[in-house]
Design a protein around this ligand. Structure first.
Ligand code: ADP
Ligand code: GLC
Length: 466
């Protein structure tokens, strides 16, 4: 095989693990640059210098001082912890020196100046991309991710000479829309205010900057690439995406095999692999104990980790809860999100103490422990661009129960009779959007769980899956 050509890629993102993470975007922005580097690509990551990022980034060096909107800004250089990926941080404390969540303030609401924060970031990236800062490196490609980076392709389009741009849609539901007044306040070029640019029904749409102006658009699974061209999943942008169909592709995310490896995971009570799968039971009993669930090796323990929002199908779970609880199961849930879902789930945990445990919050360690200690992993998402948790869970010998959408449909093979017999099944797939559809699938998992040899073959198929 011939060596791939080396390109200089500037990977722009609003979060990247382990510096800062709110969800799968952070995982991908932390692992894809490393994987590309492994393919001999010359990749650099660029992020806003949020407080937590500065605290975790290790040694940093100021490599440029420049000005944006007459404010002086520093570009700091370091390395993504645990890797050799160079990281650049756009340091402007007034906008980024805020601890905790990158997008939300302490009141749980988006920072009121988010439009300015990500315009400012885009303007910094454009200066780096166009070699205006005297750095000895200029990208061939700028890889943008989600709405926070949407203005980058738009602003670059105004320049005579520019690198190529790629825009990845991790989630079309988040578009970065703001009132027209914000557009005026930001003083963006009037050339960008029209239907075929940033205007969206009279509002400013950041994501349109990526969808209209990037040379290539991609999303994180083949199914989602098709779905977003339909009104059901297109969130008002399906027409635009159909129009850009020739430039649009769907490429499945990969997972970080180092970070998510049951054989070496430091968060687990006991590590295990395909040959020592029986050690998984130690993690189940540790999880039951840690969460106050009844110690019981034989009851199917269902795990859930994720944002408690409609996307993740929490309402489908709630709709089916009564029926689901009539099955011999336990439920361990970790997540945070909309207050209505947090409250409803917490109440169920109180009513069914010992069988249902709900932790509201964010915990990297508990997320790993739930992946390892559960018997099945639940993801009944209404839509799912890719989904990483179902891939982690397959790797952890924890077959996922998923709804047949997006990346879930592309990654999980249903345990129907034929697939179980052929030893290709890796989880449980259902369609429909009623609680009873989910209930029937969990019942199917309960039935198969009793057949230890068939169950093990489903676990092993998932653990061996690329
Ligand atoms: P999404 O990006 O839509 O939230 P993904 O499945 O792609 O969904 O990725 C979610 C990532 O965020 C996973 O790494 C998951 O473990 C992590 N995660 C989500 N919620 C929590 C939480 N409450 N605590 C710890 N990790 C979480
Ligand atoms: C988004 C999507 C999720 C995807 C992740 C990484 O947050 O909701 O499905 O796995 O981005 O691409």
């Amino acid at each position: 095989m011939s060596e791939p050509t080396s390109n200089r890629v500037l990977f722009a993102a609003s979060e990247a693990f382990p510096l800062i993470k709110t969800g799968g975007l952070g995982d991908v922005a932390g692992s894809l640059p490393r994987a590309l580097q492994g393919l001999k690509q010359d990749v650099r990551l660029i992020l806003p210098a949020y407080t937590d990022v500065l605290a975790r980034a290790g040694r940093l060096k100021t490599v440029a001082e420049f000005s944006i909107r007459h404010h002086s800004v520093r570009l700091l250089a370091g390395t993504l912890p645990g890797s050799r990926v160079p990281v650049w941080l756009v340091d402007y404390p007034e906008l980024y020196d805020r601890p905790g969540h990158p997008y939300l303030g302490p009141d749980g609401k988006p920072w009121p100046d988010n439009a300015l924060r990500y315009t400012f970031f885009a303007e910094a990236v454009v200066q780096v991309a166009n070699k205006q800062l005297g750095l000895d490196w200029q990208p061939d490609v700028v890889h943008c991710n989600d709405w926070q980076t949407g203005l980058i392709p738009a602003l670059l389009s105004l320049q005579a000479q520019r690198p190529a741009t790629v825009f990845t849609i991790h989630n079309l539901a988040y578009q970065g829309t703001f009132p027209y007044q914000t557009y005026l306040d930001l003083g963006l070029s009037p050339d960008l205010w029209h239907l075929n640019a940033l205007e969206y029904h009279g509002q400013l749409s950041f994501i349109k900057g990526g969808l209209v102006f990037a040379d290539r658009i991609n999303t994180v699974s083949p199914s989602y690439a098709r779905e977003i061209q339909t009104p059901e999943f297109g969130y008002g942008l399906d027409g635009l995406l159909r129009h850009r169909k020739a430039a649009l592709s769907g490429i499945l995310n990969g997972i970080d095999l180092k970070e998510w490896n049951p054989g070496t995971d430091p968060f687990l009570a006991e590590t295990y692999n395909r040959r020592s799968l029986s050690n998984k039971a130690v993690n189940k009993s540790a999880l039951q104990q840690n969460l106050g669930l009844q110690p019981d090796a034989d009851t199917l323990l269902i795990g859930f980790v994720g944002r408690l929002v409609e996307q993740k199908g929490v309402d489908i779970l709630l709709d089916g809860m009564k029926q689901i609880l009539s099955l011999p199961i336990q439920l361990a849930m970790l997540g945070s999100g909309e207050a209505q879902f947090e409250t409803a789930m917490s109440e169920i945990a109180v009513q069914h103490a010992g069988r249902v445990a709900v932790k509201i919050g964010y915990s990297e360690s508990l997320a790993h422990q739930i992946e390892a200690g559960s018997d099945v992993f639940l993801m009944p998402s209404r839509f799912e661009p890719c989904g990483l948790n179902q891939m982690y869970s397959m790797r952890y010998g924890t077959p996922p129960i998923v709804r047949q959408v997006g990346g879930l449909a592309d990654t999980v093979i249903d345990a129907n009779d034929a697939n179980v017999k052929a030893k290709t099944a890796t989880g449980f797939v259902f369609s429909g959007e009623l609680g009873t559809d989910l209930y029937k699938t969990i019942a199917r998992a309960c039935d198969l769980y009793v057949d230890k040899s068939k169950w093990k073959s489903v676990q092993l198929a998932g653990m061996g899956h690329d």
